[in-house]
Ligand binder design. Structure first.
Ligand SMILES: [Zn+2]
Length: 136
């Protein structure tokens, strides 16, 4: 580490890694190429930090999380078709819960998706057993 690696220098004035020329910023434009040798300058440090979630934005609940819960509830109230609705609720819920978990806080509703998975699997099992019992 030398003085050229300090972050405050990276924002205001950059140093060429090839010829060590200090490259001052022109107006508000951060220089990307060295005017002396034309070498591409390393990207400034500040914009490299990825935003974890949009500033001031509430995490969104994907429609799939609500749909999974609704399908899971509907599965109980719908004879025979409830088996299919329950299975759809489970698959939609598993898919959307995976997306919520990998969204780093940008999506919410994991509880809704889990409820849909649980309700869907119960109603699918219930109607499966009901059909099975009716067939006997
Ligand atoms: Zn240079």
């Amino acid at each position: 580490m030398n003085a050229d690696d300090r972050p405050e220098l990276a924002v205001s004035e950059r140093t060429c890694p090839n010829c060590r020329t200090a490259v001052p910023p022109r107006r508000d434009v951060i220089p990307t190429f060295c005017p002396q040798c034309g070498v591409r300058l390393p990207a400034p440090l500040a914009p490299h930090v990825p935003p974890h979630r949009p500033l001031g934005g509430k995490p969104n609940t994907p429609a799939g999380a609500i749909a999974s819960l609704v399908l899971g509830i509907m599965g109980f109230c719908t004879p025979m078709l409830g088996f299919v609705l329950g299975l759809v609720a489970v698959f939609v819920g598993l898919d959307v819960r995976q997306r919520i978990r990998s969204s780093h806080g940008r999506l919410s509703g994991e509880g809704l998706a889990t409820a849909g998975i649980v309700l869907g699997s119960i109603s699918a099992t219930f109607w499966f057993l009901a059909c099975f019992a009716a067939a006997l």
